[in-house]
Design a protein around this ligand. Structure first.
Ligand SMILES: CC(C)(COP(=O)(O)OP(=O)(O)OC[C@H]1O[C@@H](n2cnc3c(N)ncnc32)[C@H](O)[C@@H]1OP(=O)(O)O)[C@@H](O)C(=O)NCCC(=O)NCCS
Length: 270
């Protein structure tokens, strides 16, 4: 897996969620320019004492449903992650809208499995801005792009039980890639994050059969048969990550990574 620097990713978007801005009142001083076609703004937000405290101070911006979902989580660490992820998502969107935190409206597409209001996140105030969210094992990831985008992060130490049965559901090319790998577990996890990122970019999530599209390629980026660019990302030493994005007009996608608590693009290599 290569890091963001390997693909020429640079700089902060200015939407760093370290600062606990106002939840209502004056708009953000500087509006972050929207991403260009083919550009993915990826924000990694680790759960730390500082990020939990900042999110807690802004928790009033969450919807009643989000509060309910957070409260239903049994482990405090999972509640913290949910809070950090959902406040962080709003903070990043607010910076791109030039809006105060409390002014951000988050919608959700209908779930492709049941039609309920919990599918991909939507931004009714900025229909041209696409967003995706992932949270796992003390890390939240928010991706923004001008076209459909998906992000997934998974912990490297995900239990083997979670991976059991996965191989048989993969696309035949992916099964071959995993079988030929020196580290099958790592190859399987890598395959998993790529697929989840792509399934989220399509808006289908796990409603999509796992063998519908292959993400089997030897390098750290590739294009699926339906034209989604999928890129491995450096999500730090404890996670694997991937983003998927549509890049019309033959543009080569780039990723700008901002990590809370460390300079952008400076994540340690796993
Ligand atoms: C989307 C999905 C692949 C996420 O998998 P995950 O690894 O468990 O979770 P992640 O943290 O990576 O992603 C979760 C986020 O994906 C987003 N998401 C949910 N459905 C999505 C979809 N169809 N497309 C894109 N993104 C979606 C949400 O923002 C969600 O965050 P939230 O649950 O905190 O609101 C999976 O949950 C899924 O397929 N869900 C749809 C099916 C479902 O929910 N069934 C139960 C009710 S019918």
């Amino acid at each position: 897996m290569s890091g963001p620097g390997d693909r020429g990713t640079t700089g902060s978007t200015g939407a760093d969620d370290r600062t606990a801005g106002p939840t209502t009142g004056p708009r953000s001083a500087g509006m972050v320019p929207p991403p260009r076609r083919g550009e993915v703004r990826l924000h990694l937000i680790p759960v730390t004492a500082a990020s939990v405290a900042a999110a807690g101070r802004a928790a009033d911006v969450l919807s009643a449903e989000e509060h309910e979902k957070a409260a239903a989580l049994r482990r405090p660490v999972d509640r913290d992650l949910y809070l950090v992820a959902h406040v962080g998502l709003r903070r990043i969107v607010a910076a791109h809208l030039g809006a105060a935190l409390g002014e951000v409206v988050l919608g959700a597409a209908p779930c492709p499995s049941c039609g309920g209001p919990h599918g991909r996140p939507l931004l009714p105030q900025a229909p041209g801005l696409h967003v995706s969210l992932s949270h796992a094992a003390r890390l939240a990831a928010v991706a923004l792009a001008a076209d459909e985008v998906g992000v997934d992060v998974e912990p490297c130490d995900r239990p083997d039980a979670d991976l059991q049965g996965l191989t048989s559901q993969l696309h035949p090319d992916e099964r071959r890639l995993v079988a030929a790998s020196g580290d099958r577990r790592a190859a399987l996890l890598r395959c998993w994050v790529r697929k989840e990122a792509a399934m989220k970019a399509r808006g289908l999530g796990l409603a999509e059969p796992l063998d519908a599209h292959s993400t089997a390629w030897p390098g750290d980026r590739g294009v699926t048969a339906d034209g989604l660019h999928v890129l491995d990302v450096d999500a730090g030493p404890a996670h694997l990550g991937a983003v998927a994005v549509r890049a019309p007009g033959g543009a080569t996608p780039t990723i700008v990574v901002t990590t809370s608590g460390s300079p952008p693009g400076q994540r340690a290599q796993p």
